[in-house]
Design a binder for this molecule. Sequence first.
Ligand code: AMP
Ligand code: MG
Length: 410
Amino acid sequence: MPRMLSVDEALSIVLDAAPVLPFERVPPDEALGRYLQEEIRADRDYPDFDKSLMDGYAVVAADLERGLRPLDVIQEIAAGADPGRLETVRPGTAARIMTGAPVPPGADAILMVEETEPVPGEPRRIRPKSAVEPGASLARRGADVRAGAILLDAGDCIGPAEIGVLAACGRPRVQVGGRPRLAVLATGDELVEPDRVPGPGRIRNSNGPLLMALARRSGADPRYLGIAPDEATALRRLIETGLQADALVLSGGVSMGAYDLVGDALRALGVAIAFEKVSIKPGKPFTFGRSGRTLVFGCPGNPVSTYVIFQVFIRTALARMMGSPRPRPAPARGVLTAPFRQRPGRTGYYQARALFSGSACEVELLPTSGSADFVSCARGNALAIVPADVEALAAGDSIEILLLDDFDRR
Ligand code: AMP
Ligand code: MG
C-alpha cells in the first residue's frame, strides 16, 4: 500500500492543480471578497484643497497672537464651496467655516466655535477666547494622500475598507481575479433536506448548506446540486453536471463502505484521481482529482471532516484560483490553556477557540464527541494543529493554529 500523503504534500498537489482563473474588470460593487489584480493609485491629492477639520472660524494665527480683539466675520463657508471663489481673510477678520469646507486665502488656522463668543449687539463680530497655532484644525492639500501614491497593491483582497478606497478614487471598474463557480453535491441515501422531518434512520443534510456558506464566504460562486443517492447511475449523472463548474465539492461516499461509490463514479467519468487519502484527522478519506480544468474534492461525510477539509484544502485552492498571491493561510501560533493528548499517526486539526489579548494568543481546545459533532465547529474560531508524531501537549505549550474567520485577509 502506498504511504499516505502528509497534509503538506496533499496541499501542494491541490495548489499545483488549481488554475488561476482569467481576470475580469468589474464595478467596485462586485469586487468585495475578490483579489485585486492591478495597483490602485490616487487620481488626485486628498484632500485636493486646504480643508477645515472643524466647525469654527478661519483666522490669521499671528493676528490672534497679538491680542484677542473682536473679529469681523466676512463670510460663511460651507462644505462644497468652490475654493476659487472665497474672500481673503486679513488681520481683524475671520470667516465662519464648516468641517470639510475649503480654507479661504489668507487664513492659516481654524479656531473652533467653542473657542469663540459672539460680540453682543454685533451680529457679524466674534471674540476669540484663545489664540491658535498656525495650521491648527486644518488639513493642507495632499495631507492624507498625494496624487499618484499607491493606495492598494495588486494581490490585495478587497474588503469593505478597500471598497471605500476605490469609491474615493472614483474607479468605475477594477481588475480582479476570477470568481470560481463551485458545485456542491451531497451524497447519501440517509439524507433529507433541512426543511424536512427525517424519517426513521434518516438525517438532515447539513453539509450541503455548510459547503454553500463556506464557498460564499471564500468568494466563490456556489451552485447547489442537491442530494445524490448512493446509486451509481444517478450519482454519476449529478457528478457530470458538477464537472461543468470550475470546482466540484462532494460530501460523503468516499470511505470504505459498500455504498461509498464516489471514487468509482469519478473514475468512470474520466476524473484523474490524484489521491484518495491524506494523513489528517479528521478527514482521512479526502479524495482529490481533476477533470480538464475542473477540480474535484470528495470530502468525507462527517460534518467536522467536511468542515476541516474545506478550511485546510478547498479554501486554499479557491484563493489560488481567484488570483491570491498567498493562497496558503498565514502561519499563526498560540499557547495551549490545558494539556492535550492524541493518538499519534495523523496530523490533527482540532476545533479550538483562539483568544487574543495584546500580542498573546491563548488556544482552548473545545470538547467534542468526534467527527460527527457538528456543533463543535460553531463554537470554534480556529483549528489547533497537532503534528502527526506528537502524543501529548502540556498547558503552556506553543501550538500552530489555523484561523477560520479571516475570510477577507488571505
Ligand atoms: P460517509 O462519508 O458517506 O460514509 O458518511 C459519513 C457520516 O457522515 C455518516 O454518518 C453520514 O450519515 C454523515 N453524513 C454524510 N453526508 C452528510 C451530510 N450531507 N450532512 C450531514 N451528515 C452527513
Ligand atoms: Mg454516505
